[in-house]
Write a protein that binds this ligand. Structure first.
Ligand SMILES: *Cc1c(COP(=O)(O)O)cnc(C)c1O
Length: 384
């Protein structure tokens, strides 16, 4: 039985998988120890749970366990990477490069660094959402310390050319940081093969709990270090002090394991469902894809409804469909998406765009109901 509103906003957040919740529960009550307590079994049990989770999370991304720092989420990981590198490499230089379509965590983090005296280059993208590699080469100078590019865009699902960009970074002896929040657990991400030096991701976008994330920090050359933001007990190799969120971390580990096992099959299932959702809509004149369709995450579709009343769709659908205009933070405001604007969309088309993101608990029935609901609403509008 399908119940309304149908959730098609998995890029904003995902429910915990029941197996993840199961994994977490004991650590709230019986096994409540502090993972840093070395003098008794409560602490050892908690520490062991963290060790297991660290192995699981590391294995999902092809890293070693000692390269994973647990944080409170991707926002914290992004801030630690940007501020931490800017501070740790201040002798080398003061210049960072990123793109206009990054998540607000990166863009606002860069604004802050700029206020503190760093130079920031914000590169543009083409109409498909993809970067110009020559423009990147041209932007690098002797003081460049970091190139920051996301793995896949949260609003459009466009997968970025990570390997090409990391190769350019390394050719110029610049570190490469990747906000891989939307890609990890959804498609193969391998920090070694992809040439990533620092990487942020979060549990709640991959069927784990909210409030726990990770920063991958490469230990082999080129070794990446950061200056910490939080000082205290010296947890996480001194890079992120604070008592570890043991239940959250245990859940993150379980979530990583499930994603690793199911990713491939789940990706093809969601691709079929996504196409089943969008094909009937694309038959309507004025409806089109945003972003290069051949390089999208399989579960994401960002569509423009350039028809009369297209900008009212979201509000008119709220009782039936849980969808959004893109980022959770900007959807409350009426300003057009910075991502779609950077891709060259006019304000009116950006405001008439909707992101559909499917996930593990999306069914074929839900997709058909959603398509039907949308068609019923837009067919009369499109006829004017
Ligand atoms: C969700 C998201 C974040 C923020 O993650 P939190 O864990 O909610 O802080 C950062 N970057 C991208 C690309 C995201 O999609």
């Amino acid at each position: 039985m399908t119940s309304y509103p149908i959730y098609l906003d998995y890029n904003s957040t995902t429910p915990c998988d029941p197996a993840v919740l199961e994994e977490m529960l004991p650590f709230f009550t019986q096994q409540f120890g502090n993972a840093a307590s070395r003098s008794h079994a409560y602490g050892w049990i908690a520490e062991e749970a963290v060790d297991i989770a660290r192995e699981r999370v590391a294995s999902l991304i092809g890293a070693g366990p000692s390269e994973v720092i647990f944080t409170s989420g991707a926002t914290e990981s992004v801030n630690l990477a940007l501020q931490g590198v800017a501070e740790a490499y201040v002798r080398k230089g003061d210049h960072l490069i990123t793109w206009a379509t990054e998540h607000r965590a990166v863009l606002d983090g860069c604004d802050r660094l700029e206020q503190k005296g760093c130079r920031i280059t914000r590169l543009s993208v083409d109409s498909q959402g993809l970067p110009n590699l020559q423009a990147l080469e041209d932007a690098i100078d002797a003081q460049t310390v970091l190139i920051s590019m996301m793995y896949a865009n949260n609003e459009t699902g466009v997968i970025m050319p990570v390997r090409e960009v990391s190769a350019i970074a390394h050719r110029h002896a610049v570190l490469f940081f990747c906000d891989a929040t939307q890609a990890v657990g959804k498609r193969p991400v391998d920090v070694v093969a992809d040439g990533i030096d620092l990487m942020a991701f979060t549990a709640h976008k991959m069927y784990g709990p909210k409030g726990v994330g990770a920063l991958y920090l490469r230990r082999k050359a080129p070794r990446a270090t950061v200056t910490p933001m939080l000082y205290g007990g010296g947890h996480e190799r001194g890079l992120r002090s604070g008592t570890l969120n043991v239940p959250g971390i245990a859940g993150f580990g379980k979530a990583a394991d499930i994603c690793r096992e199911q990713m491939e099959e789940e990706g093809s299932r969601l691709l079929r469902l996504r196409d089943r959702l969008v094909e009937p809509l694309l038959c309507i004149p004025g409806v089109h894809f945003n972003g290069r369709r051949e390089s999208l995450l399989p579960h994401v579709a960002n569509l423009s409804f350039s028809i009369p009343g297209g900008d009212m769709l979201l509000r008119r659908l709220t009782s039936k469909l849980a969808i959004s205009s893109g980022s959770a933070c900007s959807s409350a405001s009426l300003s057009p998406s910075h991502v779609l604007k950077a891709m060259g969309l006019k304000d009116a088309d950006a405001l008439a765009s909707v992101r559909f993101s499917l996930g593990r608990f999306t069914t074929g029935e839900e997709v058909d109901m959603a398509a039907q609901t949308l068609l019923e609403m837009i067919t009369p509008l499109a006829k004017g």
